[in-house]
Design a protein around this ligand. Sequence first.
Ligand code: DGL
Length: 282
Amino acid sequence: MTAAGPGRPIGVFDSGVGGLTVVSAVLSRLPRERIVYLGDTARVPYGTRSAQTVLKYSRNAARFLLRHDVKLLLIACNTASAAAFPGLRSELPVGVLGAVEPGAASAAAVTRSGEVGVLGTLATIRSGAYERALLALIPSLKIHVQPCPLLVPLVEEGWNDPADPVSQLVVRRYLGELRDRAPRLDTLVLGCTHYPLLRETLQLVATELWGHPVTLVDSAEAMAVATEKLLATQNQLELSVGAELLHPTARLRCFVTDEARVADVAARFLGRALPQVELVDL
Ligand code: DGL
């Protein structure tokens, strides 16, 4: 661990702009912290690639953020967390938090039936990372996984309105397959940065299909809570007064590896207009 002072920024990366849901949660929860964000938009999606490729891309992203003197690295991408969290945590000189463990901890805390569903990209589901994280918490849990590869492009296209018939149809097909295999499930992990934007559709369809309450868990809020805890443990929380007066976007520096469509798509994930985006080559 380096002797990085609390005034240094938190580094956050994702395969694209989906990780801005995590940025938004961290900026709101920790009003004195600054963030340097990297969206690897030139190489998105990661979710269809092999674990080796995702690990290589994640190392590139981490190296870039370390050059910005970050005090902590958040992997705000489920696919990258599933492939690269253990490696990056052991290699890097700063603390590293992934998306999988905080999301799994929230799910383990809310399930009553002991049956949990996990939705994610092909790579996340193939990795088995959520099963490992959930079973490490409660070995008796029954876990049912469902890859949902069409949900990322739907959200990027902006077809995430709950009244949209196409997204309803796609969500119904994925959740229908899961419902047939897991009728007792009561908790669904949204194991991908993009799925919180489909929360209303997923909730509507899940309630209808299961016929009992199903709690949706997303890792963005859980990651913000875990960030606060880790920084506090390491005496790295920014405590100086003044910084909290800055508008959230004034505390955010945003880099991308390709600018096409970023302005359109990113604001939907951040929940507000994006600051000036800077283009980089990794
Ligand atoms: N950020 C990815 C995730 O959370 C979704 C997009 C991609 O496939 O790169 O899994």
